[in-house]
Design a protein around this ligand. Structure first.
Ligand SMILES: Nc1ncnc2c1ncn2[C@@H]1O[C@H](COP(=O)(O)OP(=O)(O)O)[C@@H](O)[C@H]1O
Ligand SMILES: [Mg+2]
Length: 621
């Protein structure tokens, strides 16, 4: 089947994929960050345990002795300040490095997405709205910024501080440590529950952001139609609906996540009080040998223990959003790419001693290269044998297509809209794969030819012309990047585009933006023909290439095109039957079947469908 839109083994991506990428891409930086995190944790711990020393070693003796000697205390405070300064520097280095890692990783992911997207089949884009795909690049990738820059270091530092604080607590007092641990497990259990609820809503939120982007994109490209039919209000109403849906899911997602923080904080305070009471009672009753300094320090440690947890809690939002974003990234990244086709490639050749010899230069002669040494000259001999095709499984569009184009012949397709003319050309260039039958090119099944080389051998003017932002010259040269200015101008003359280009403000250097909005439809078609002409391919496919050009210009273009077509196999689809009169064979298509075929004269004498179309007696169904 031709539908590659759904990946066969749809893998789900999660945040560990991101972490793996970081580990691979930034090993030194991550190591530096880890060192900084340890330094920060240790300096914080030193700061916290300083209470014990402060109270038990300095303040209590000072109070008891009555002497006012603060010199030891001064030194201790200087030492502490130094430790704090080191901590501050370490956290600065850590956060700036993380920003760099984050931005770099996002750049890498965008690159990978884009390069993967270039390899996707046409059918992927048939089934995925552009705006939604755009949203993956912008919105979903962006969810990683907060995750990598803030959440990830927070988690790492939390783990490290939890471990170090836990060990210190154990050293200080074992029973109190286990009491604290119990409280903390309760807090973690509650956070976990809340996080899993909001995860569901975050995934929905990201999907809806994609939907809203797709809608905006569509309405922007359809602006003119909206205005012509006065649909502004209706469009706005629909937008409000989608927008409201996004608001609802976003509110739900965020409120579940936001509730988490206060819960953790309050539970933290609660456990603090319980431990304080337990410690004091135990000490007063003599169950435990514990100093005031130790109690104060222990309580500070309990706070240091719940603090990392609440830090992670603050990040829950970002973490969940990032994992929703990453899972959407995966949908694009693991969408099955278009296969490269067969092994047979297209090479330039020259005749030498009666045989074909490969050459690196443009020789104007092409050959299919099979294996290492076998060459088959590209003649443009194309055969369709019993071809059936469906875009959607079970809904056959083309039935039993048989046709034979001999080299240098001009084959025309006519038939009403939706008959399947464009589809036939889509099969020849392998935008889609056939369900049944064979398409044979110079005696080779096209599925054995490398797709890119197959397409290189076909000069295609698509039914919907697309121009890129750039100069007119750039757009013509798109057909063959190595073409000189003269060759491009020559092609423009051939396509009869030279005249109007000369009248543009900057002639060939005129910049046309986004799909050539400043040119008329007909002018765009002329440029598209010039673009195909400059590629100088052995086979030409012209799909309604002159449909938007006036009859006078068309006659001129026709002359150029006839020159272009001579010596090449050409498939022409045209509405105006006058343009295809001189074809070697005309195929009349109806509902995906060839119902008549023959030369213009033969078809006229048959007095069938073509006759009706040609004489204007046709009622298009
Ligand atoms: N990408 C697509 N996905 C599904 N159906 C399609 C697609 N493109 C065209 N079709 C259907 O295939 C049929 C033939 O279309 P097409 O070949 O474009 O006709 P035309 O003869 O006007 O060029 C139509 O019924 C159309 O609805
Ligand atoms: Mg068409």
């Amino acid at each position: 089947m031709n539908n590659l839109s759904k990946s066969k083994d749809e893998k789900k991506l999660n945040l560990f994929w991101v972490i793996q990428r970081i580990k691979k891409g930034y090993p030194i930086q991550i190591f530096a960050v880890l060192v900084c995190i340890v330094i920060v944790a240790v300096t914080t711990l030193i700061g916290t345990t300083f209470f014990k020393a402060l109270i038990d070693d300095y303040i209590t003796p000072l109070l008891q002795s009555g002497q006012k000697d603060f010199s030891n205390l001064d030194k201790a405070i200087v030492r502490l300040s130094f430790v704090c300064a080191v901590g501050v520097i370490a956290s600065y280095v850590q956060s700036t490095t993380m920003v760099k890692i984050g931005q770099g990783t996002m750049r890498g992911i965008r690159e990978e997405l884009f390069s993967h997207m270039q390899r996707l089949s046409v059918s992927y884009f048939d089934t995925h709205p552009y705006g939604d795909t755009m949203s993956i690049y912008t919105n979903d990738v962006d969810t990683l910024r907060q995750f990598i820059g803030v959440s990830l270091p927070n988690i790492l530092s939390s783990i490290i501080s939890l471990i170090s604080v836990f060990i210190t607590m154990l050293i200080l007092n074992v029973p109190l440590t286990f009491l604290s641990l119990g409280m903390i497990l309760i807090i973690m259990f509650i956070s976990n529950k809340s996080a899993s609820i909001s995860m569901k809503h975050f995934v929905r939120q990201q999907t809806q952001i994609g939907e809203i982007n797709a809608y905006i994109e569509e309405m922007m490209s359809g602006q003119k139609v909206i205005k012509v039919f006065c649909h502004e209000e209706a469009v706005e109403k629909d937008f409000l609906l989608i927008n409201e849906k996004l608001r609802q899911s976003a509110s739900k997602a965020n409120s579940y996540a936001n509730i988490l923080m206060p819960i953790i904080n309050q539970l933290g305070k609660f456990s603090y009080v319980i431990i304080a009471i337990a410690a004091s009672v135990a000490s007063v009753k003599g169950y435990m040998n514990i100093t005031v300094g130790e109690i104060v320090t222990f309580l500070a440690l309990v706070q240091s223990f719940t603090q990392p947890l609440s830090q992670v809690g603050q990040q829950v939002n970002a973490i969940i959003m990032a994992s929703a974003g990453v899972s959407r990234l995966g949908n694009l990244l693991y969408a099955q790419p278009e296969d490269a086709g067969g092994d047979i490639s297209l090479v330039n050749v020259v005749h030498k001693d009666g045989a074909l010899e490969e050459t690196a230069d443009r020789s104007g002669m092409w050959a299919w290269k099979k294996g290492d040494k076998e060459y088959v000259e590209v003649k443009g001999d194309i055969k369709f044998e019993d071809v059936d095709f469906s875009y959607v499984e079970g809904h056959t569009i083309l039935h039993d297509i048989n046709l034979y184009a001999k080299p240098a012949q001009k084959i025309a397709f006519v038939g009403s809209t939706g008959a399947g003319k464009t589809t036939i050309t889509n099969l020849l260039n392998r935008f889609y794969d056939i369900d049944k039958g064979n398409i044979i090119y110079d005696g080779i099944k096209i599925k054995d030819i490398k797709k890119s080389d197959l397409r290189k051998s076909l000069g295609i003017v698509l039914q919907d012309t697309h121009l890129f932002t750039g100069t007119v010259m750039d757009n013509i040269r798109y057909g063959r990047p190595s073409a000189s200015d003269e060759e491009c101008i020559g092609a423009a003359r051939l396509a009869n585009a030279h005249g109007f280009i000369e009248r543009l403000p900057n002639s060939y250097d005129t910049v046309i933006s986004a799909d050539g909005g400043s040119l008329s439809q007909g002018q765009r078609q002329l440029l598209a023909i010039a673009r195909a002409a400059v590629a100088d391919p052995p086979v030409l496919i012209l799909d309604e290439a002159t449909s938007s050009i006036d009859t006078h210009t068309e006659k001129l273009v026709q002359r150029g095109m006839d020159a272009l077509m001579s010596g090449r196999t050409t498939f022409v689809i045209a509405h105006r039957l006058s343009t295809i009169r001189n074809s070697d064979c005309i195929m009349v298509l109806e509902h995906g079947r060839i119902i008549e075929r023959g030369s213009h004269e033969e078809l006229l004498s048959q007095k069938g469908r073509y006759y009706k179309l040609y004489t204007g007696m046709s009622v298009i169904d």
